[in-house]
Each structure stands twice: as C-alpha cells, then as structure tokens.
Design a protein around this ligand. Structure first.
Ligand code: ZN
Length: 311
C-alpha cells in the first residue's frame, strides 16, 4: 500500500520570471520574478523536501538513495525525472540540450536532456520556438556566423493545452506570456544559442555556440506527437508521449474513477480543478509521487492531471 509522497517545491528566481506561480496556483513564492518551480525534483540544484508522512523533512534524493523499494528497485544514481512549472513573463534564451552520449563525454558524465511541455496557460497571440530552418550543418553554421536569427529559428503559434516533445538537438525557447508544465530527464545542461542580444549586469550572457552546433539536429525533426484520447470507465485518458525516458498521459476525471499504480512510480501533476486522491484533498498545482506497489487508488472530484512515469 504505502503513502503518497508530497513535496515542497524549490522556486527559482530568474530574469524572465513573473508572479503567476503565486497568482495562478497560490504558491508562496519569493519574488515577482519567479520563473521556475521545481515541483518534483531530486536534482542537486533544487532537491525537494518531503512535507508529510513517514519521511517528512527528508529530501527526494535521500529517499531515492535510501528507499529504492519505493521506486520499484530502479537502478541509477539519480532520480530520473524532474517536473517544473515555468512562468515566462519575458522570452527565455534560445537553447538546445545534448543527448546522454554527448553529455556523458563533455559534461562530466551528466545526463542529457529530453523534455516535454504542456501549455497550462498563455496570452493571446503567444508564440514558441521549436525547431529551425537550416537544411544542413553547413547552412546552420553559416546562419549562426551571419547572425540570421529570425531566418534560422522556427516560431510557432501557441495555445493552451498544446503539447511539445523536445528531443536533444532540438532548438527551442519558451517565450513571454506562457505558463508551462515541463517534464524532463533530471538534467540541468543547457547550451545557449542566442539571447536576443540582451544584457545582464551590462554584459551579454554567455553563449555556447560550438556545443550548440555540435548537438543541433540538421535538418530538424518534426516531432509533434499525435495525441489520442480514449474514454475509460469514469475518466478520459490521452497518451501525450512515450519515449525511452518517460511516459506522460493526461487524465480527466469528472466525478469518480479508480486507477492502478502499475509502474515503478507515478508522478501526479494536478493542473485543473480539485478533488481527492484516496480521500486526501488535492487541487490545481499539486504535484506528488505515488510509490511502487501502492496498489489501486480512487480519485474523486472534477480534476485534470498528468501522470508521468518511466518505462
Ligand atoms: Zn530546454
């Protein structure tokens, strides 16, 4: 059976962050420039603390190290996933992540990063950068050398409920006016390609052009998943993505439904409505872990949530 694991998020102040983590979700955030909430994280740059139950006060990395049975005995030095909520009041820099092989060789054995985005909210006419228009590495280098940024980057319109899978080597940037749930490999390796020539403390931020050119896939992949929704007993399920690193599905319950926890662990990210999980009240913005062999659980209320697990 076991207990669900609730966590205190780590919040990150950023140049481009806003205050929607407070106004949309009611989190206690430190400033009006809080760009990221690390909602489920065991990463050393933001290791969440457990807020209730047997392991209250311990961190998620501690739990991973000392109670691997709660995660189905998975192997690996680090808890594999990281779930963030991102509030972009301003544009983020245009960036790319390496894959596991490149990161292992060039970043002291760190993991690469595959990530996915679910758009929780966005302003009208918002856009996002996913992909690029260079047909080959040569053309990519040429466009970067000649600073033909607007020609290079691929800008797409953005809508609430959109979903994107960002594989390593994909040029991407979250832009102003969007609030995004991000599920990713637990990695913090980012190569910055272009920062709109902005200054921080009077200086441009460091770019990583050579590493970016090394890892950018040319031509870019068209990897927008096709999402299918299935009606099940008491709920709707949409499989958003299944890749070597994670499986993410969106669930919509309107009154009551039962589920079975049949994965090494499940991360639940409630993004709309409120209700209960086995009687425990939850609401929009709550993220928690259902451990291995928890068994079945009952969800009551009108709520929507993501279920993230590893394969
Ligand atoms: Zn990224």
């Amino acid at each position: 059976m076991g207990e669900m694991i609730f966590l205190q998020p780590v919040f990150k102040e950023t140049l481009w962050g806003g205050n929607k983590l407070r106004t949309m979700f009611g989190y206690q955030i430190p400033s009006d420039h809080t760009g990221e909430g690390w909602m489920v994280s065991a990463h050393p740059n933001g290791d969440d603390q457990i807020t209730e139950g047997t392991y209250k006060g311990q961190t998620l990395s501690w739990l991973w190290k000392n109670h691997r049975e709660l995660f189905g005995g998975l192997s690996g030095d680090v808890f594999p996933l990281l779930v963030k909520i991102i509030d972009a009041k301003d544009d983020l820099s245009i960036q790319v992540h390496p894959d596991n092989a490149y990161a292992a060789e060039h970043e002291h054995g760190a993991l690469g990063k595959t990530e996915c985005w679910y758009v929780l909210d966005c302003d009208p006419d918002s856009t996002i950068v996913v992909g690029h228009n260079a047909k080959s590495k040569e053309e990519l280098k040429e466009m970067i050398d000649q600073k033909r940024w607007t020609e290079l980057i691929r800008i797409l319109p953005l809508h609430k409920g959109d979903f994107f899978q960002i594989t390593p080597g994909t040029v991407h940037a979250i832009r102003k006016g969007s609030v995004i749930l991000e599920i990713q490999q637990s990695s913090d390796i980012t190569y910055r390609l272009y920062d709109y020539d902005r200054l921080q403390n009077g200086k441009p931020r460091e770019l990583h052009l050579q590493k970016s050119i090394d890892v950018i896939t040319c031509p870019c992949e068209e990897n927008r998943p096709v999402i299918q929704t299935i009606q099940k007993e008491g709920y709707q399920e949409s499989l958003m993505v299944q890749c070597p690193f994670y499986r993410v599905s969106r669930i919509k319950v309107s009154e009551k439904a039962s589920f079975v926890q049949d994965k090494p662990f499940q991360i639940i990210s409630v993004f709309a409505g409120e209700g209960t999980f086995d009687g425990r009240p939850v609401k929009m913005g709550d993220n928690f872990i259902i451990p291995y062999q928890y068994g079945s659980y009952t969800v009551s209320g009108a709520l929507e949530f993501m279920v993230s697990s590893v394969n």
